[in-house]
Design a protein around this ligand. Structure first.
Ligand code: MRU
Length: 368
C-alpha cells in the first residue's frame, strides 16, 4: 500500500544487504514514519515484544524473517540446536496470534530440507519471502471474496456510503500488505463503491486511532474515529451496515480471538441484526483447538498501557500522560474471544464459510 504516494510493505529485506530486515516502526505512527533495521533474531524478538511490529500476519512474517536471521547466525556445529532455541525465543514473545508459531514451524520444516549448511540459509531466505508473499496474496483474495457482500449492501443504499465498523487494526500494517479486515474495504473503495469506515479507537494502545485511521487516510478512504464504546449506539440508530474485524487466532469451530472489545461489538451487532464478518488468512486458524473461551491463551500486558496515554502535543512533542490517580492499579488483557455463534461468516483466502467446524472444514478439507 502507499505511504505518501510510495508503495511499501511492512517488512522486507534491505536492498543491497539481505542480511538485514527492514520494518516500519508502528510504535511511532501516526506521528513519525520511521523504518527500523533488524539484524539478529534477538532484534526480531524485541520488535515483536515491544510492538514495533504487531498484528497477527506481520508477527508471523517477522518470525519467519527472524528464523532466516537465526540461520545466518547459527554456527555450523550445533546448527539445529541454535535454530530450535531461536524458534522457542520467537514463540515466547507474544502468545495469542496463531501466525507466530505457524511461521516458526513452517520455517523449521523448510530449513530441514537443506542438505548443507549453506543450503539452509538460502532455503530460509526463500521460505521467509514466500511466507510474506503468500500473506499479501491471501489478504488480496480475502478482498475479492468479500466484494460481493459490500456490493449487495451498496445496491440497496442508492449511492449512500456503506458504513463499515472495524475494531483495532487488521489493516495492511497488521499484515505484509493489504490487510484482512481492510481488504474488503480497499477493494470496494478501489472499485468505486462508496464506503465509510467507523474506526474504533481501540484502547489501550489505540491501534484504531493511530494505525487504522492513518492507513485509511493514506489510501483516501472516508472514515470517522469513534470512542470504543460508541459502536452499540451507532448500531441502534442504523448507522452501521456491517462489522468487519480481523482475528489473532480462530479455533476449529469458529471461535475468534481478536483485540479486546471485539466480543462487545459482536454482541451489539447480534442484538441489532447487523452482520458481523471476521476476515483472516488460513495461517490464523488453530485447528487443534475447539473451545476458544477456555483454551486460547490471552496475552496480559503491562497495566501502564491502561494508566497512561501517549500522543503528540500541538508543539510536535510526543508525550505520555497518566489518566488515573498515581496509586490506581490496572489490568490489561490484550484480546477477548467472540463465540462462533455471533459471527455471520468468516472470510478467508479460499472464500466465505460459516463459523462452524463443518463450514471451516468445507474450505479446508485437508484438516478433517
Ligand atoms: O496487539 P496487536 O496490535 O498485535 O493486535 C492485533 C490486532 O491488531 C487485532 O487484534 C487485529 O484485529 C487482528 S491482527 C490481524
Amino acid at each position: 500500500m502507499n505511504v505518501n504516494g510510495q508503495a511499501y510493505r511492512t517488512i522486507w529485506l534491505k536492498p543491497g544487504d539481505d542480511r538485514v530486515v527492514q520494518v516500519i516502526n508502528q510504535v511511532k505512527l501516526p506521528h513519525i514514519f520511521e523504518v527500523n533495521e533488524l539484524a539478529s533474531v534477538e532484534d526480531v524478538c524485541r520488535a515483536i515484544r515491544d510492538m514495533t511490529v504487531r498484528g497477527a500476519g506481520l508477527i508471523g512474517a517477522s518470525a519467519a524473517y527472524g528464523m532466516y536471521l537465526a540461520c545466518l547466525e547459527a554456527p555450523e556445529n550445533g546448527f539445529n540446536d541454535a535454530l530450535r532455541r531461536a524458534g522457542e525465543s520467537l514463540k515466547a514473545t507474544r502468545p495469542t496470534a496463531a501466525n507466530l508459531a505457524w511461521a516458526v514451524d513452517r520455517m523449521l520444516g523448510a530449513i530441514g530440507e537443506g542438505n548443507s549448511y549453506s543450503d539452509c540459509g538460502k532455503l530460509a531466505r526463500l521460505a521467509a519471502m514466500t511466507i510474506a508473499d503468500e500473506d499479501a496474496a491471501h489478504c488480496r483474495r480475502i478482498g475479492s471474496h468479500a466484494l460481493p457482500i459490500i456490493t449487495a449492501i451498496a445496491s440497496q443504499k442508492r449511492g449512500q456510503p456503506v458504513n463499515i465498523l472495524t475494531h483495532c487494526n487488521a489493516g495492511w500494517l497488521a499484515f505484509v500488505d493489504v490487510g484482512s479486515a481492510t481488504a474488503p474495504i480497499y477493494t470496494a473503495h478501489d472499485a468505486g463503491i462508496p464506503v465509510h469506515v467507523w474506526v474504533d479507537e481501540t484502547r489501550p494502545r489505540n491501534q484504531g486511532a493511530s494505525l487504522t485511521a492513518w492507513e485509511l487516510s493514506q489510501h483516501g478512504v472516508p472514515h470517522t474515529l469513534i470512542a470504543d464504546n460508541a459502536g452499540g449506539h451507532l448500531m441502534q440508530h442504523g448507522l452501521v451496515d456491517l462489522v468487519i474485524t480481523g482475528a489473532d487466532r480462530v479455533t476449529r469451530n469458529g471461535d475468534v480471538a481478536n483485540k479486546i472489545g471485539t466480543y462487545l461489538k459482536a454482541l451489539a451487532a447480534h442484538d441489532n441484526h447487523i452482520p458481523m464478518y471476521v476476515a483472516l488468512p488460513s495461517s490464523t486458524f488453530d485447528f487443534a483447538l475447539r473451545d476458544g473461551v477456555n483454551s486460547i491463551q490471552i496475552e496480559e500486558r503491562d497495566g501502564d498501557e491502561v494508566r497512561y496515554m501517549t500522543g503528540q502535543t500541538e508543539t510536535g512533542a510526543i508525550e505520555s500522560v497518566r489518566i488515573c490517580p498515581p496509586t490506581t492499579a490496572a489490568r490489561n488483557w490484550g484480546f477477548d474471544v467472540t463465540p462462533a455463534r455471533l459471527i455471520t461468516h468468516l472470510i478467508c483466502e479460499r472464500g466465505l464459510c460459516d463459523a462452524t467446524e463443518e463450514g471451516i472444514l468445507s474450505l479446508f478439507p485437508e484438516q478433517r
